[in-house]
Design a protein around this ligand. Structure first.
Ligand code: THU
Length: 141
């Protein structure tokens, strides 16, 4: 990905964050998932009064994509921070989201972009976030 493509995906994550439904934690997250063909699916966190039924932004985006027939992904951009207009901290994906990424993405190739303050961002591979993970390949001989 070029720097411009990364910035564009991060901007889409920030836009998606505006739809965050987070009345309980007031921690708002947006995600933008880039498919291999260039299609982008976005998601936000959606909380619930039964707290355990909350869904993270990353999984919202991934489930949107899979439910539309897309399973080949290049990168995900994530923008999360306590409720405020600007991003004030890097919000790395939770363990459950890392595991869902592992289901569909190659840990050595899938890029995770994490927004930080003042338009800065961090990037790493899924394998850095979930080393020695368990995936679909484990279920075959
Ligand atoms: N959250 C995400 O959307 N993604 C993550 O990877 C971590 C946490 C959301 C869930 C909840 O609505 C809020 O952030 C605080 O945990």
């Amino acid at each position: 990905m070029t720097e411009l493509q990364k910035k564009d995906l991060l901007e889409q994550a920030k836009q998606a964050r505006k739809f965050s439904y987070a009345p309980y934690s007031e921690y708002c997250v947006g995600a933008a998932l880039l498919c291999n063909d260039g299609t982008v699916f976005t998601g936000c966190n959606i909380e619930n009064a039964a707290f355990g039924d909350t869904v993270c932004a990353e999984r919202t985006a991934i489930f949107q994509a899979v439910s539309k027939g897309f399973q080949d992904f290049t990168a995900i951009a994530i923008a999360g921070s306590p409720k405020q207009e600007n991003i004030s901290q890097a919000s790395y994906p939770c363990g459950s989201c890392r595991q869902v990424m592992r289901e569909f993405c190659n840990p050595d190739q899938f890029l995770v972009l994490v927004a930080d303050h003042d338009d800065s961002f961090h990037e790493c591979l899924l394998g850095d976030l979930l080393p020695r993970g368990f995936g679909p390949d484990n279920l075959t001989d």
